[in-house]
Design a protein around this ligand. Structure first.
Ligand SMILES: [Zn+2]
Length: 276
């Protein structure tokens, strides 16, 4: 017994020394969970978390991606229209998600315009996200980090996606928020047990997912977003020339962090949010 306790103490010390809490789950080992990822645009999910999503679906978790906007503004191509760009971005998002194991019917489009999230009625926006949380009853919600440092340079939709999702997580738990959702749609309150923030500053990260085993999926999913890279941003073309694809792949790789020699995606894991 004493040896067991000593071993336990040693393991706890190791965790503490490494800056881990023993409670932080290994995302790589997560199985059978429902995960709801809120993304500002159809590409952030691949860039922030494509490898992690591929691991989660491989392990039998149910993953849903909720898209706040249709990303219909970010193009310098003078011949591009918002309607056409939204269609392109939707098909890129569907293709990228197929690669990481998320089917098109697991993509939930909230239908807002790119860059305009801040001007949507704020109560309606929280209500909309709250209904999604109550409907899917996720074990984990993934969202941009609303942390005090990062939020300074969040661009508008990212700021809103972070803050609005956090407000919706809070509202979803209490039956007196948006009681019409129960009356009209049969949606019961839902307390989200775990949050996983992405686009996190390295100093705030407490979870690093080793994505080495799925790097091919991470890259392929990211490169489905042809219109988000040059030359497509200035002059859209649906396919890659080999040299452009290589440049874009290098760009994706340069955005990735490495830890102990492995490619990782970093997160800040939190729980008991509503207690603070
Ligand atoms: Zn974005």
């Amino acid at each position: 017994m004493a040896i067991k306790l000593l071993r336990l103490a040693a393991v706890s010390l190791l965790f503490l020394a490494a800056g881990f809490s023993a409670d932080i789950p290994r995302i790589e080992d997560m199985k059978g969970k429902t995960i709801l990822l809120f993304t500002p645009h159809p590409d952030d999910d691949a860039f922030c978390c494509g490898g992690t999503l591929a691991l989660l679906t491989r392990n039998g978790n149910k993953v849903y991606v909720v898209l706040y906007t249709n990303d219909d503004k970010g193009s310098y191509d003078p011949d591009m229209t918002s309607e056409r760009l939204a269609r392109i971005r939707k098909s890129e998002e569907e293709a990228g998600n197929r690669i990481v194991g998320v089917a098109p019917d697991h993509l939930i489009w909230l239908g807002h315009h790119d860059g305009m999230l801040e001007y949507v009625d704020s109560k309606a926006l929280v209500e909309q996200a709250t209904a999604v949380i109550r409907k899917y009853r996720p074990d984990v919600v993934m969202m941009p980090d609303p942390g005090p440092d990062y939020v300074r340079w969040h661009k508008t939709d990212h700021r809103m996606a972070a803050m609005n999702t956090l407000d919706a997580v809070r509202a979803a738990e209490w039956h007196l928020y948006f009681p019409n959702q129960k009356l009209q749609q049969g949606l019961e309150p839902w307390r989200v047990p775990e949050l996983l923030f992405f686009y996190v500053l390295e100093k705030d990260a407490n979870v690093w997912v080793n994505i080495d085993p799925v790097m091919d999926k991470k890259l392929d999913a990211s490169l489905c977003h042809v219109s988000q890279f040059e030359p497509g941003v200035h002059k859209y073309r649906p396919d890659w020339r080999a040299e452009d694809r290589k440049k874009a792949a290098d760009e994706v790789l340069s955005m990735l962090r490495k830890r102990d020699g492995h490619y990782v995606e970093s997160f800040r894991w939190a729980t008991d949010f509503n207690q603070y």
